[in-house]
Write a protein that binds this ligand. Structure first.
Ligand SMILES: Cc1cc2nc3c(=O)[nH]c(=O)nc-3n(C[C@H](O)[C@H](O)[C@H](O)COP(=O)(O)O)c2cc1C
Length: 185
C-alpha cells in the first residue's frame, strides 16, 4: 500500500468482526512498533498481547468502574459506561497494551516513544486489512496496579498506549484535514 493512502485511509474503528487476528499478522504489528524511533534508541516500550476474551472483558469492566468513579462523563456516555456492553474495547479480538518502566526524568520521552510505536502499529495493521483504535480510557487501569500485575504488567510500569485491533465491521470515509500551522516564517 502507498504510504499516503495508508496514512490517510486509517481511521479509528469501533466495531469488529468476531474473527481472530492471525499470529503472523500480530507479529507484523509488533515488529512495526519495534521499528519506531525512540529517544537515544532506548526502545522503552513493552507489549502485552491480550487475545483472551474473558480477560479483555474483565479489563473493560474494570476500566468502566474506574472511569465512572473518577470522571464526570456526558450523559450518553454515563449510560453506556453503566451498561454491560464492552464500550471500552468495542468487542475487538486483540488488545495490545504498550507500557513503559516508570521514570520521572524520561517520562515525556517515554510517552512519545510509545506513541510513535503505536502509530507504526496502526499503519501496519491498516496495511494488513485490520482496523484499530487507541483506547485512552483504558489508561485508567494505572490506578489499579493489581489488575495490571495479574496480566503481567509489573507495578513499576506505566500503561501508556492501550490499542485494539481486529477486522473492521464498519467503514469510515476520510474527510480532508487542514495542517494547523501556527506560524510559517
Ligand atoms: C491518546 C488517544 C486516546 C484515545 N482514546 C480513545 C478512547 O478511549 N476511546 C475511543 O473510542 N477512541 C479514542 N481515541 C480515538 C480518537 O477518538 C480518534 O483518533 C479521533 O477521533 C480521530 O479519528 P481517527 O483516528 O479516525 O483519525 C483516542 C485517540 C488518541 C490518540
Amino acid at each position: 500500500m502507498e504510504l499516503d493512502a495508508c496514512i490517510m485511509g486509517r481511521r479509528s474503528i469501533r466495531s469488529y468482526k468476531d474473527q481472530a487476528v492471525p499470529r503472523d499478522v500480530v507479529n507484523k504489528i509488533l515488529s512495526a512498533g519495534s521499528w519506531a524511533p525512540s529517544g537515544m534508541n532506548g526502545q522503552p516500550w513493552r507489549f502485552t498481547i491480550v487475545e483472551n476474551r474473558e480477560i479483555i472483558n474483565k479489563l473493560s469492566r474494570r476500566t468502566k468502574e474506574l472511569v465512572t468513579v473518577k470522571m464526570p462523563l456526558p450523559e450518553n456516555l454515563q449510560a453506556a459506561f453503566k451498561s454491560d456492553k464492552d464500550v471500552v474495547f468495542y468487542g475487538a479480538p486483540l488488545l495490545i497494551l504498550v507500557s513503559v518502566q516508570k521514570s520521572e526524568e524520561w517520562r515525556t520521552v517515554n510517552l512519545l516513544d510509545c506513541g510513535l510505536a503505536a502509530q507504526n502499529m496502526f499503519l501496519a495493521a491498516y496495511q494488513a486489512g485490520l482496523g484499530s483504535c487507541f483506547i485512552g480510557f483504558a489508561a485508567f487501569l494505572n490506578q489499579d496496579p493489581k489488575t495490571l500485575a495479574e496480566i503481567g504488567i509489573p507495578e513499576d510500569h506505566e500503561l501508556v498506549a492501550p490499542l485494539i485491533f481486529g477486522y473492521p465491521n464498519e467503514t469510515h470515509v476520510s474527510k480532508s484535514r487542514e495542517a494547523k500551522v501556527l506560524k510559517w516564517i
